[in-house]
Design a protein around this ligand. Sequence first.
Ligand SMILES: Cc1ncc(COP(=O)(O)O)c(C=O)c1O
Length: 372
Amino acid sequence: MARVRAGGQDAGVKQETRGIPLSSPYVGEREEELVLEVLRSGRLSLGPTIDRFEEHFAEATGAPYAAAVSSGTAGLHLLCISAGIGPGDEVITSPYSFAASANCFIYEGAVPVFADIDPRTLNLDPAAVEAAVTERTKAIVAVDIYGYPCELDELRAIAAKHRLAFIQDSCEALGAEYKGALVGSHGPSAVFAFYPNKQITTGEGGIVTTHSEEEWRLLRSLRNQGRGDDGGWLEHVRLGFNYRLDDISAALGIAQLEKLDEILRLRREVAGRYGEILRDVDGVELPLADDADHVRSWFVYVVKHFESEGIGFNRYLPSIHLQPYIRERYGFSEGMCPVSEDASSRTLALPFYTALERDAQERVGEALAASL
Ligand SMILES: Cc1ncc(COP(=O)(O)O)c(C=O)c1O
């Protein structure tokens, strides 16, 4: 069987360090074994492997229920439907994120309201969220950007005060901890994603964790063309989607979950080495360190630089409110979220993956120092 080839999974960041991909999945023989088992079983979709993956995932995050879906974006979209978000509603979210955290409710006709971020954490600033609430606000979509948990208690309190739905985009944060407990375990429904640049991968895929059995049943119906629990294959009780994860992907996910602790540890070590290597590079600000309330799960290694001339890397991440299609549709422009825009202009992602070795990291450090 062909080995899964390591390779870059992200477009858009110019590689000054040839031969070092920006990201690379951490897969091996156990993944091959479990995938092969499913192939040989003949149960390639809607089979028992999905249920097993969901059970393992729920256990790994401390959430009572998990519903696997075809992508993180699909999971976010389904939570927006579950929250009843519809045309004309406003949804407050972070501008400093991947486009899907806003697209998920734009699909349903809701209007994005971008509240600015905290310059330290790069996550939603609760004061900016409170200031953005109007009579039309329906929900908050909070993101744990770069695996650093958002200000969950403060944001949930705002949501409760104004009777808003609260959705946590934890696509980058599997294994992160907030106030001593795993992201996913606190109560709000959360979405995790498994594209190959993530901590664990299923190829494409995602999962929603929820603390509500009722919501879990709804998610399972919505992802499966709106079929009911007891009805037949051709009975559709609601408008649904084909957002199913297949059993082959789920098998890959189970093998990845078996080594989750190892993956998280290795990624922490890679991040620690970057910290040592880049400590003395002038003009570079390292990622925010953990504190008592926030333990990051390392997704990417993003640094801030102080000079914008001559940098050989592209922006990571651009602010969503300035994406061409969003500007055009809503008329947003520069100056709307100055903290996010400043972060976008000065953050860049370095090659980062579970098996990244020190000598490659040193070459990255040299390339970065030379470009500044
Ligand atoms: C913050 C965030 N939200 C949503 C997504 C969407 O996940 P997916 O690519 O699986 O649809 C991602 C991952 O790319 C992400 O990083």
